[in-house]
Design a protein around this ligand. Structure first.
Ligand SMILES: *Cc1c(COP(=O)(O)O)cnc(C)c1O
Length: 383
């Protein structure tokens, strides 16, 4: 089966992990701070806080922004469940802003309408989490302009988007947000096996996220609230977690990140080639907006309304092609329905979901595999 996505590891990556294994520190050694410095360099953000997954860092980001019981967080319905769950971990409520079905990203018009309504009802969110679907940036300039007057904070869920650019800056620069979170799961752009990082330009937020990722404990002499007990002494200041990234993971990340621009270029080249090969078919592509250079985590097509997506999916799988669907609207998950969300809550998301199909895209996908995928899709859609 040709997978829909997979990691790209070379011997340097493997040697990087082996050398950490042979070193003194498997965790909390030099690799994690080095990885954070590399992330800062790539994103031009002032601070980076690495953790054991993007999910953990979304949780830490919400906590750092003060999300707690009684608060509301808004995100996109077209995302992985983690973008919504992070708010619930904090005891907050979550709601969903509809997407533009042509981009699968949060729709600024839907956001504007929802803000006006929520303002009238006194149920504005504390934090909003737009998701850069497929690596294509949301219209962050518009989103930030809409939420700023209400004092709403922004976390970009950029799990798909490291190496991409928006408005002449790398995604993760936090030009239009408070915090950006990336994932390094193996299907994402670069990998640390499991892993994630949060970037921010705010010292206070970076310190808060550092604290939440490691039990709420500090070892810095200048942060102590009590008199120093001695060299063994540390203090717990809040209820944190063990969300730390290991040095093994960061060692892999430090090696992978040297190829970030090469990975993004290869993904863009393959995406462009898909568009050329598929342009005669009656399908639409989920394209990046203007001023966005996508990292192209996913290549998503939108099938015509009269096509049964499920049968296309099954026939492609039967041909050995690992097509996928990203994503089933989060509020339709049984867990969320039980929170009283109803079908029809976000019509744009449901329209998008009903006909989207993800074609395989990863750096080592060969042109002949791509031709095989295109030939099969063409045959299936033509029949
Ligand atoms: C993968 C993903 C996450 C979670 O990332 P992990 O590193 O696996 O925790 C969150 N949001 C989106 C949009 C994702 O695709």
């Amino acid at each position: 089966m040709i997978p829909y996505g997979r990691q790209d590891l070379n011997t340097a990556d493997i040697e990087a992990v082996v050398s950490v294994l042979k070193s003194d520190n498997l965790t909390q050694g030099p690799q994690v701070p080095l990885f954070e410095a590399n992330i800062c360099r790539e994103t031009q953000a002032n601070f980076a806080v690495a953790g054991n997954s993007a999910t953990s860092m979304l949780h830490a980001a919400c906590l750092a922004l003060g999300v707690s019981k009684g608060d509301i967080v808004w995100t996109s319905p077209i995302t992985f469940v983690a973008s919504a769950n992070c708010a619930l971990y904090c005891g907050a409520e979550v709601d969903f802003v509809d997407v533009d079905p042509s981009t699968a990203n949060m729709c600024p018009l839907a956001l504007e309408r929802k803000l006006i309504q929520a303002n009238r009802l006194g149920i504005l969110p504390k934090v909003i989490i737009p998701v850069h679907m497929a690596g294509h940036s949301c219209d962050m300039q518009a989103i930030s302009k809409l939420v700023k007057p209400y004092g709403i904070k922004i976390i970009e869920d950029a799990a798909h988007a490291i190496g991409g650019r928006y408005a002449d800056m790398p995604i993760g620069s936090c030009q239009f947000s408070d915090i950006t979170v990336f994932s390094f799961h193996p299907v994402k752009i670069i990998t640390t096996a499991e892993g994630g990082v949060a970037t921010t330009n705010c010292l206070r937020l970076s310190q808060a996220m550092q604290s939440y990722r490691s039990h709420g404990i500090t070892k810095s002499a200048n942060e102590m609230l009590r008199p120093d007990e001695g060299d063994w002494y540390y203090e717990q200041h809040n209820l944190g977690f063990n969300y730390r990234m290991t040095d093994l993971q960061a060692g892999l990340g430090n090696s992978q990140i040297t190829r970030l621009s090469e990975f993004v270029a290869k993904r863009n080249k393959l995406a462009k080639r898909y568009q050329l090969l598929l342009h005669k078919l009656n399908i639409k592509f989920i394209n990046p907006i203007e001023h966005c250079h996508s990292a192209y985590h996913l290549f998503i097509v939108h099938l015509p309304a009269d096509i049964d997506r499920k049968s296309v999916f099954n026939l492609m799988r039967l041909a050995g092609i690992g097509v996928h669907v990203h994503y089933f609207p989060v509020y339709l998950q049984p867990f969320y329905l039980q929170k009283s969300f109803l079908p029809g809550h976000c019509p744009g998301a449901e329209a998008y979901y009903s006909h989207c199909l993800t074609l395989p895209l990863y750096t080592e996908l060969t042109e002949s595999e791509q031709d095989f995928i295109v030939t099969n899709l063409t045959k299936i859609l033509g029949s």
